[in-house]
Design a protein around this ligand. Structure first.
Ligand code: MN
Length: 330
């Protein structure tokens, strides 16, 4: 008899006592809040759960009281019956080394995923991994407490850009409807997610937007954030989704390329697209991955050289219609 991945996860979790949950490097609102929700649900079931991330928790989540329980470091797979990896296309995306021998559960809603674990549950049509965790917690049969509901609502609100991105589906609303009934507070979540800026963050927004350039056709926008800009404002890691959203708000822009200097000569490029322009296909051209309208990749070289080359290549991919899915999501 074939069982679905979610049933196999329920069976594996029912046998497990000690669990670790991790997510990707530079964790975001979806991965962090889903980790908190899953940990709370599994603890309700009497499991011992640790959330362990390789990278520290970014602002504004670092200020959430619940995030204080997240341990930053490496997972010793010998200490756990299973490790749950959220939104990791492969193990390296988690920043964890030495997970090879341990039992792994891979839960992801990204288009590109290597299906590397003992159980792989990949659902590209899900708005957020938080939406998948809602279904899993229902499958586990443990109650959605107000705390769990709040975390899952925050995960979905965060990943849909407050219900504005293309992943805002009927199912996302259906799950959020249930979460609000279970005690999630939309006002409190939007205050803590979107109305919680420091003055330095708003200054950063101005400086990054001042780097904006457009191609002559006006459909590719490029913005950049250099380490020196962050340092001059006394900032380290910051959530920059709102800056990208502003660049993408320009009429006619189908692709935003956001160059973030990670270290000298190394740039993480976030792609946000709309319409026909396929962000994941562009990212895959450069060895990265992601969703149809949100993806990313890493490139190396001087800022000037990359700005001269990458947007031109992206434009060519769009014109050649190569910026289309390599395969259809299943
Ligand atoms: Mn997500």
């Amino acid at each position: 008899m074939t069982t679905t991945p979610i049933e196999r996860i329920r069976e594996a979790l029912s046998r497990a006592d000690r669990l670790a949950i991790t997510s990707h490097l530079r964790p975001d609102g979806d991965s962090l809040c889903t980790s908190l929700a899953l940990a709370a649900a599994l603890e309700q079931m009497g499991k011992r759960v640790d959330i362990v991330n390789a990278d520290r928790t970014p602002y504004p989540f670092a200020n959430f009281a619940s995030c204080a329980h997240i341990r930053i470091g490496q997972i010793d797979p010998g200490a756990y019956d299973a490790v749950i990896l959220l939104e990791c296309a492969d193990v390296s995306r988690s920043g964890m080394t030495g997970l090879d021998g341990g039992f792994k559960i891979n839960i992801d809603h990204h288009y590109s995923n290597d299906r590397y674990a003992d159980i792989n549950w990949v659902q590209p049509e899900a708005s957020a991994v938080g939406e998948m965790a809602f279904a899993l917690i229902e499958e586990l049969g443990t109650p959605i407490s107000p705390e769990i509901a709040g975390h899952l609502y925050c995960a979905i609100a965060s990943d849909t850009g407050s219900f504005q991105f293309s992943n805002t589906t009927a199912r996302a609303f259906e799950v959020c409807h249930r979460l609000v009934q279970c005690g999630a507070d939309p006002l409190q979540v939007s205050e803590s997610l979107f109305h919680n800026n420091t003055p330095e963050k708003v200054l950063l927004l101005g400086r990054v937007l001042s780097t904006l350039t457009l191609n002559p056709a006006g459909d590719v926008a490029v913005i950049s954030m250099l380490r020196s800009t962050l340092q001059s404002l006394g900032l380290n890691e910051v959530d920059t989704e709102d800056i990208t959203t502003l660049a993408r708000s320009i009429k006619g822009v189908n692709v935003v390329l956001f160059f973030k200097e990670m270290e000298p000569g190394s740039f993480r490029v976030s792609i946000r697209s709309r319409g026909e322009a396929h962000a994941a296909a562009i990212a895959e051209h450069y060895g990265g991955g992601g969703h149809a309208h949100a993806a990313g990749f890493t490139v190396y070289g001087s800022h000037e050289k990359l700005l001269a080359e990458v947007p031109a290549t992206v434009e060519r991919l769009m014109r050649e219609k190569a910026a289309r899915p390599r395969s259809t999501p299943s």
